[in-house]
Design a protein around this ligand. Structure first.
Ligand code: NCD
Length: 310
């Protein structure tokens, strides 16, 4: 798959540092092949036979954990799932000791979700094994951005020259940060939009990224509009006057979507609070690619594991 790629092969997927455009494109191309595998009556290939993948989730997750576990199993890896609540971490064991135990059991790769930014980097250091970051604090969630990019590319055939508007709680969103890092590398422009309290100005320095508090301005000319959940569990202060006031201005609904390009699609990384950040008519309507994102998540994660382990 990567024979003609000249850049050094990254050992981990922690964020997109060190991932060249050509390598990212190869990874997305390979997800097409994985989707073909998933369309077969027997959805299994032997690529990771004999390898053990540990999904270590120190924070809750539905789709990310399930799709990683299925992705690994569909490529014949053994999977061990580690959930923080049910582990010795609740007895005070450190992350380092936990990882050393798992590594002693001959785990070959880790998929890590953690509430602390940088946790996946630590697991990479402690284990010496390939690590995929499945979300660290508000910092990065690279496989979500890859499946978002893949879904947009599937729709339009390319990302080059497209505009993706991301509307909502940008401040607390690792999904927004990873998309702002990834999409411009692949030739798309990103517009981040939310109330001023939820829109960190620091992101404006990223190449290919602009910020606005005006949702209509954000979606004008956009080919894809992604709504983000208000991550109230990460909010330590009064960022919002009220949910109703937020929804009145920033909800991704039909009226807002009409300002976007005529063929624009609607995205949401999930979990979704219907009728707050997105209206049900958009979420369930013809522009929605939210189910497609979930489907593509599995193929993209297969491609990531393949890329790091084979
Ligand atoms: C997101 C996350 O956990 O970062 N969900 C996901 O992985 N699909 C977004 C969120 O929690 O709102």
């Amino acid at each position: 798959m990567t024979a003609s790629i000249t850049s050094a092969r990254p050992r981990h997927l922690l964020d997109f540092q060190g991932w060249s455009r050509e390598r990212l494109t190869a990874l997305l191309d390979n997800a097409d092949t994985m989707n073909q595998v998933l369309d077969r009556p027997v959805r299994k290939v032997p690529a990771l036979q004999g390898l053990t993948v540990c999904t270590a989730f120190f924070e809750n997750s539905t789709r990310t954990r399930v799709s990683f576990e299925l992705a690994a199993r569909r490529m014949s890896a053994d999977v061990v799932s580690f959930a923080a609540g049910a582990s010795s971490l609740s007895k005070g064991e450190s992350l380092r000791d936990t990882v050393e135990v798992l590594t002693a059991y001959k785990v070959d790769a880790y998929v890590v979700r953690h509430h602390a930014a940088g946790a996946a980097h630590l697991v990479a250091r402690y284990s010496g094994k390939p690590v995929v970051n499945a979300g660290d604090g508000r910092r990065a969630h690279p496989t979500q951005a890859l499946l978002d990019a893949y879904t947009v590319r599937q729709e339009f055939g390319t990302l080059e020259g497209l505009t993706v508007a991301i509307v909502g709680d940008v401040r607390h969103s690792r999904v927004a940060r990873s998309n702002a890092e990834l999409l411009p590398k692949l030739g798309a422009r990103v517009v981040l939009c939310g109330p001023a309290t939820l829109l960190p100005e620091g992101l404006a320095h990223l190449p290919g990224v602009t910020l606005t508090t005006d949702p209509r301005e954000a979606v004008r000319g956009a080919h894809a509009v992604m709504a983000l959940r208000l991550q109230q569990e990460r909010m330590d202060a009064g960022y919002l006057a009220s949910l109703q006031e937020y929804a009145d201005t920033y909800q991704v609904n039909e009226s807002l979507m009409r300002e976007a390009e005529s063929g624009a699609i609607a995205l949401h990384p999930g979990p979704m609070n219907r009728d707050v950040e997105i209206s049900s008519d958009v979420a369930d309507g013809p522009r929605s690619r939210i189910v497609r994102q979930v489907e593509n998540g599995q193929a993209v994660r297969m491609s990531v594991l393949y890329h790091l382990l084979v």
